[in-house]
Design a protein around this ligand. Structure first.
Ligand SMILES: NC(=O)c1ccc[n+]([C@@H]2O[C@H](COP(=O)([O-])OP(=O)(O)OC[C@H]3O[C@@H](n4cnc5c(N)ncnc54)[C@H](O)[C@@H]3O)[C@@H](O)[C@H]2O)c1
Length: 350
């Protein structure tokens, strides 16, 4: 069962599991809250994935699937800006209460759990305190600078957790704590992946979530863009993980669940697969021949951070996994997808 199974990550995982294990039953549960998730229904059906329209806030919607081997929790309000202007009940009820409903469902049906947590569990102030240097195109951590849980390679699982992290990050961290308790109390097998930015085809990118696909689509459509915060020059940096690289990792974790259960990994594209907004702009101009107007908003959103790059050392040491796709590969694929499916996605992404 993949909850959030019509979303960007969930639909990719559901289709990939079904492709690689054709004799398994794969069920995608989603309430279709995210605009564009409805586009996944046709792909899920043609890939042999069963779709169940359901809301994880309501345990009955998870149904009675009989025995279940695996539940991958991919449903969420995934924007770090959610709840900022009030209206935080949906965020809390989905990302925390709904996740607990999923854990209960897994426990009752004997399933192992893979939980998609986030790099945003790390506190905002501590990430802003990294000794970043502004170069022409991006912020960097200078070589030889290190501190607790960080280095030029990125952020490790040992980065301090004290401080505020956004309601989004808090609901994910609370869920991680509950998962640990369910492991200790009920023996629930579970692995937690704290993911950095993920991207790839079929991401319904918005300003506040899925920025790589959003930036690419805006370069095709000619729509407005803005460098928001941290001086407004687009120097902020994220690593980017192709969703299929995540799938390869989860497939391996699931195959060796006793080894990984109880473990929390930072998972992302890593320093080699990181990009600033300014660099992303140039890559988009190269691929479209079009330079769109980009305004500048120097004020920084209270939950934004200037830099996040995953240090994958722990997950690579434990699994041998490392990301395969580069920023170039990812962008080529996203532009190919946008051009091929323009009619389908332009009402959403353009
Ligand atoms: N995409 C990223 O960069 C990223 C980074 C770190 C972590 N994550 C996490 O990965 C997971 C998947 O993210 P995504 O990028 O696929 O987001 P997404 O918005 O594309 O997918 C989430 C899906 O959950 C569904 N959903 C929302 N509320 C629901 C509810 N109450 N009941 C049932 N379904 C509900 C939405 O309709 C959507 O289809 C999320 O948990 C997110 O927090 C994503």
């Amino acid at each position: 069962m993949i909850t959030g199974g019509a979303g960007f990550v969930g639909s990719h995982l559901a289709l990939s599991f079904k492709r690689d294990m054709p004799h398994s039953r794969v069920i995608a549960v989603d309430n279709l809250k995210r605009r564009g998730s409805e586009l996944a229904l046709r792909r899920l059906a043609s890939g042999g994935v069963e779709f169940r329209h359901g809301d994880i806030r309501n345990p009955e919607d998870l149904g009675d699937a009989g025995s279940l081997d695996l539940l991958v929790e991919c449903s969420a309000e995934p924007s770090v800006q959610a709840g900022l202007a009030g209206g935080d009940r949906y965020l809390i009820n989905t990302n925390l209460v709904g996740t607990i409903n999923c854990l209960d469902h897994a426990r009752r049906h004997g399933a192992a759990v893979v939980f998609l947590s986030t790099s945003r569990v790390y506190p905002i102030a501590a990430l802003r305190d990294l000794p970043l240097v502004a170069t022409e195109m991006r912020f960097v951590i200078p070589e030889a600078n290190t501190g607790p849980g960080w280095s030029p390679r990125g952020i490790t699982e040992n980065f301090p957790l004290t401080g505020s992290r956004s309601l989004y990050g808090a609901t994910k961290l609370c869920s991680e704590l509950i998962i640990a308790e369910y492991g200790a109390l009920h023996g629930l097998p579970a692995v937690i992946n704290r993911c950095g930015v993920m991207t790839g085809p079929w991401q319904m990118g918005k300003v506040d979530q899925g920025f790589v696909a959003f930036w690419a689509a805006r370069h095709l459509s000619g729509g407005a863009l803005s460098y928001n915060g941290f001086g407004g020059a687009g120097l902020q940096v994220r690593d980017a993980l192709h969703v299929d690289d995540l799938y390869r990792l989860i497939r391996d974790q699931v195959a060796q669940m006793p080894l990984h259960s109880g473990t929390t990994y930072n998972v992302g594209g890593g320093a080699e697969c990181s990009v600033s907004l300014a660099e992303l702009t140039e890559a988009c101009v190269e691929r479209t021949g079009r330079r769109v107007a980009i305004t500048s908003q120097p004020e920084t959103n209270p939950v934004d951070v200037p830099y996040y790059v995953t240090d994958n050392s722990a997950v690579t040491a434990a699994t041998g996994w490392r990301p395969h796709r580069s920023v170039t590969d990812i962008l080529d694929e996203i532009f190919g997808w946008l051009r091929e499916h323009r009619r389908e996605v332009e009402g959403i992404l353009w």
